[in-house]
Write a protein that binds this ligand. Structure first.
Ligand SMILES: Cc1cc2nc3c(=O)[nH]c(=O)nc-3n(C[C@H](O)[C@H](O)[C@H](O)COP(=O)(O)OP(=O)(O)OC[C@H]3O[C@@H](n4cnc5c(N)ncnc54)[C@H](O)[C@@H]3O)c2cc1C
Length: 406
């Protein structure tokens, strides 16, 4: 008999929230994570001196109701910290020149003559079947999109957001109810990763890190997964909480149709470089982030919303295709420091989905093939990339399989 009710592959927020949710229903869950640390894109880099900064996701909102359920249930809601005043200042970097803006002042960067020409027709145009680019360039003009809106929208998913669907699955724009008992935008003492770390300690959840899964197969009424260290683990229920390309490769031999739908989801690599500086060496005014127009990086996110008296940290999220030396060089230029000034450097490469028009149909096909079975697929390639989209999907997948009497 299998010693686990559920095996979860992938220890990012999707996998951990699913494991946490299944354990709430009394299930014994084994979670296998390939990397040496948990969290995936929730990567709160910790330095030897006890300082931390976000090398991946950085902000949660009180509209993240399911994510908050996990934080509360895992006992870390007391670590929620409101983002401080620096959250209201944003840097716009255009050809070497910085402008420091509050969010409403970003709108003042628009060419309002161009906008006035486009707005009347744009407002009447249907939103149906539109991409981010087609909608906003029609609404405000191409110049305004390329010069102002495009860079800000691309900073959100760390890639050009032009082809993202405007609405439906994969969209960046979601309206969710807010949980007013929590502050509007926040992080956690110790970083967002504390939610992953706490979820991993849930009763009933066993976590193994440094264990990559290399194959999955049907075994009787359930599943067998083979790990890179040569073990085979069996369970009646299997969840894959890994990027779609990785899931496709695992499923291809035995679940060809699912694999082919997963393969049609585009993806990009995001190369992140984070550095810590002594406060006295940092020239920038405190701000939430810097967004450049047409540069090697999509955003430079700071830890300034959680200020520290001694240190400041900056996480640059770069386009793919640069060398490590090129990324470091660009970060040093922006920060106006030398390598000798850096107290800590951290790097991380990860894959993010790039949903395009038609993404909703791919998700519908995936759900059609999953219906009635005990294989779960979760991740940031269903509803959207946001943490809340991941947790919502995990909860919905668990509800589907649990309703079938697992
Ligand atoms: C730079 C950046 C900034 C972001 N900022 C925000 C933000 O501020 N707010 C927000 O809401 N969202 C943000 N996001 C998006 C959000 O963080 C991610 O979409 C989400 O965390 C993805 O979680 P996941 O668990 O689905 O995938 P991942 O975090 O990618 O986790 C997948 C895990 O699977 C593991 N894995 C892969 N292959 C295998 C295998 N074969 N066997 C075992 N394990 C495997 C990986 O090591 C990884 O740990 C950001 C993302 C990035 C990259």
């Amino acid at each position: 008999m299998a010693s686990h009710d559920v095996v979860v592959v992938g220890g990012g927020i999707s996998g951990l929230s699913l494991a946490w949710r299944a354990a709430q229903d009394g299930k014994r869950v084994l979670l296998l994570e390939k990397a040496g640390r948990l969290g995936g894109c929730l990567h709160s880099e910790r330095t030897a001196g006890g300082y931390w900064f976000e090398l991946g996701a950085h902000t949660a909102y009180n509209s993240y109701g399911h994510f908050l359920d996990v934080a509360v249930g895992a006992g870390v809601a007391g670590l929620v910290r409101e983002r401080g005043p620096a959250r209201a200042r944003i840097g716009l970097l255009t050809h070497g020149e910085y402008r420091w803006l509050t969010p409403p002042r970003v709108l003042l960067q628009l060419n309002w003559l161009e906008a006035a020409v486009h707005l009347p027709v744009g407002l009447l145009a249907s939103k149906e079947g539109q991409t981010v680019y087609s909608r906003f360039s029609r609404l405000l003009g191409r110049g305004n999109y390329d010069r102002v809106l495009g860079p800000f929208l691309s900073a959100v998913p760390s890639q050009r957001a032009d082809g993202f669907p405007l609405s439906g699955p994969g969209s960046l724009f979601k309206k969710r109810p807010r949980r007013k008992e929590f502050v509007r935008s926040f992080g956690f003492d110790g970083g967002l990763q504390v939610v992953c770390d706490a979820a991993a300690k849930t009763n009933g959840v066993t976590v193994e890190t440094g264990v990559g899964v290399e194959a999955v197969a049907k075994r009787g009424d359930g599943f067998a997964v083979t790990t890179a260290d040569g073990r085979t683990v069996e369970a009646p229920v299997l969840a894959l909480a890994i990027p779609p390309g990785v899931a496709a490769a695992l499923l291809r031999p035995r679940f060809g149709e699912l694999a082919s739908h997963l393969s049609s989801i585009g993806s990009v690599t995001v190369e992140s470089l984070g550095v810590v500086l002594p406060r006295g060496k940092a020239w920038m005014p405190e701000c939430a982030f810097v967004v450049p127009v047409d540069d090697q990086f999509f955003s430079c996110v700071t830890r300034d919303p959680f200020p520290d008296p001694e240190q400041r940290a900056f996480a640059f999220h770069f386009r793919p295709g640069l060398t490590r030396a090129e990324r470091l060089q660009r970060a040093l230029e922006v920060l106006k420091v030398t390598e000798a000034d850096l107290l800590h450097v951290a790097e991380r490469s990860r894959t993010l989905p790039s949903p395009a028009l038609g993404h909703g149909a791919i998700v519908a096909d995936l759900d059609h093939h999953l219906a009635g079975g005990r294989l779960m697929l979760t991740g940031n390639y269903f509803d959207g990339l946001a943490i809340e989209d991941c947790v919502s999907r995990s909860f919905a997948e668990w509800a589907r399989v649990a309703a079938a009497g697992t």
